[in-house]
Ligand binder design. Structure first.
Ligand code: BGN
Length: 285
């Protein structure tokens, strides 16, 4: 017979804080480029809660992280990213939710506005204090590239396969970047005015600098990514106005950004591995 004292135990203390030097981490690895279906992936990652959330169960994570993935029409890239990113985040003991923010066709892609919409909508769904904006075609290949926020906005990429594991210019700030909630508000988010390819990440870089923040970057041997090879996206042509726009970043920053992001939220779907946010953007507004 079980004694009564066993029925109602009290935990002897709290979970210990998660530490960086987890025994599960393996350094640099070769990513798996296999394109699985979402169904197959969801069987691989049964421990994720609906909507794509995960909380380590053996330690207390240091922050609550929203991974925001701007997306349009590239399911195979998304599936390769999930196959590699989810295990990495688990090995790093990150408390995360994956958000895929999808812009409806037609019309040119607006990556900056998707950052703002993803930030605003994710913040309504949970009390996230760290936001990592993540391109769908960039696969991290080093376990020691921690998906944490820092005391300043951080560029996670120090080298990309297509640039021979280097960057093109020092102020590059695209692809994968982190902001705390406060840092993103402090710079009034991203510009909403860049339609099509290019420049919006350079604008973001200047916004960080203009508000007296530093850009941090991952250590060269750690911030390594493989870009999934693809041709140029015919629906996302280079934006001819990007050079002109970049001249006025400072003047626009207070009035063009989080404070002025206009979009319609079409649906919020809690899928097995991510929360899908579909939005439409009216280009003439
Ligand atoms: C730059 C683009 C970035 C892009 C990188 C890497 C512009 C602005 C005019 C100078 N910037 O040239 O948006 O991320 O290349 O491909 O086009």
């Amino acid at each position: 017979v079980l004694s009564d004292s066993l029925n109602d135990p009290t935990f002897s203390g709290e979970l210990p804080p998660c530490v960086n030097h987890s025994l599960k981490l393996g350094g640099r690895f070769k990513p798996l480029m296999t394109e699985l279906t979402l169904e197959a992936l969801s069987y691989l990652f049964l421990e994720l809660r609906p909507g794509g959330s995960y909380t380590p169960d053996t330690c207390m994570a240091r922050e609550k992280t929203a991974i925001i993935i701007p997306f349009r029409d590239r399911p195979s890239h998304l599936h390769v990213l999930l196959l590699n990113l989810i295990p990495l985040l688990k090995r790093q003991n990150i408390d995360f939710t994956l958000f895929v923010i999808e812009q409806e066709l037609p019309g040119p892609f607006n990556r900056g506005l998707l950052h703002n919409a993803g930030f605003i909508e994710a913040s309504k769904l949970g009390d996230y204090n760290c936001f990592i904006f993540h391109d769908v075609d960039l696969i991290p290949i080093n376990d020691l590239n921690f998906y944490h926020c820092n005391d300043n906005p951080t560029h996670f990429i120090s080298g990309l396969n297509k640039f021979k594991y280097k960057l093109l210019y020092p102020t590059m700030f695209g692809g994968v970047v982190s902001f705390t909630d406060d840092q993103f508000r402090q710079i009034n988010g991203a510009s909403n005015l860049y339609f099509g390819w290019g420049g919006e990440d350079d604008d973001l870089s200047k916004r960080v600098e203009n508000r007296g923040l530093k850009r941090l970057r991952k250590y060269p041997s750690i911030g390594l990514y493989d870009m999934i090879l693809h041709g140029r996206d015919s629906t996302n042509i280079p934006n001819p106005t990007r050079f002109e726009l970049l001249k006025t970043t400072r003047e626009r920053q207070g009035v063009d950004g989080l404070s002025s992001a206009k979009y319609s939220l079409l649906s919020t779907d809690s899928l097995p591995l991510y929360t899908r946010l579909r939005i439409s953007i009216n280009m003439t507004e």
